[in-house]
Design a protein around this ligand. Structure first.
Ligand SMILES: *Cc1c(COP(=O)(O)O)cnc(C)c1O
Length: 252
């Protein structure tokens, strides 16, 4: 299937899942994860008006952002060159998200490129981002990545420790805590992810009850190609889709 059709099909499924949970498709932001995408596929989505993209590795992020920014500004120049162009903003910039494990020594490379870091998984990483943000006088939007399994080899903050980390982040003036991200353990059955998503949504409610994070802190970034419908049913308002849009590696 070409990327256009795949994208439309996914959008329909998102709308249906949102409807099942009493929401509209507008309440769910789809991020296109470009790990397996070709440059052509990404450009097609940009042309279709899709705005939010993500990478999980710093090197890919750096390459993709540069290539797509160049594409977008070339589009803009062409649009502007047309006589009496009344729509200079036909191709506004796209937004990039960092969703993979971030090493502290890569922070200053990543922060200038992204709208939101989904993968804050330790106090030390939060402090590093905060220090850099303070130095460049910015406020950086972040999510805490939750690990709901007892598997400490997986990235993410163990569920019982999330509230405490959130409180600490709340005191950092150059970070804005926007919510939580989670990846469900891999499984054949999407239903297996439901518990992970429900528990993550519970942690966010606990944070609200404890007045941590404030009114901007309401993002639940959960759900990937295999389980996004379950995630939406459990309250996800951001989903991260790679294979369901771009196909598996080598599928063209
Ligand atoms: C790769 C990746 C995704 C997308 O996964 P798909 O199964 O291809 O949809 C989402 N989130 C994270 C953190 C990822 O690394």
């Amino acid at each position: 299937m070409n990327v256009r059709d795949a994208y439309r099909r996914v959008a329909d499924r998102v709308a249906q899942a949102a409807e099942r949970s009493g929401r509209t498709s507008k309440s769910v932001l789809t991020i296109a994860v470009t790990k397996t995408a070709s440059p052509d596929q990404i450009r097609t989505l940009v042309e279709m008006g899709h705005k939010d993209f993500a990478e999980s590795r710093v090197q890919q992020l750096t390459q993709r952002t540069a290539a797509i920014e160049e594409f977008v500004s070339r589009k803009r120049t062409l649009a502007g060159a047309k006589a009496n162009s009344s729509t200079p903003n036909d191709h506004p910039s796209v937004r990039w998200h960092m969703i993979g494990h971030l090493q502290r020594n890569k922070v200053k490379q990543v922060v200038p490129l992204v709208q939101l870091i989904h993968s804050i998984d330790s106090l030390r990483l939060a402090e590093e981002v905060h220090t850099y943000a303070a130095r460049v006088d910015r406020v950086v939007d972040i999510l805490i990545q939750v690990n709901t399994t007892s598997d400490s080899t997986k990235f993410g903050v163990a569920a019982p420790a999330v509230i405490h980390l959130a409180e600490q982040i709340d005191t950092m003036l150059h970070l804005r805590l926007r919510g939580l991200m989670v990846m469900a353990p891999r499984s054949e059955n999407p239903e297996d992810s439901r518990d992970t998503f429900a528990r993550t949504a519970d942690i966010l409610s606990e944070m609200h009850t404890a007045k941590i994070g404030g009114s901007n802190c309401k993002i639940l970034s959960m759900g990937m190609s295999d389980d996004f419908e379950i995630a939406i049913e459990e309250g996800a308002n951001v989903i991260r889709l790679g294979r369901s849009i771009f196909g598996d590696v080598d599928s063209g």
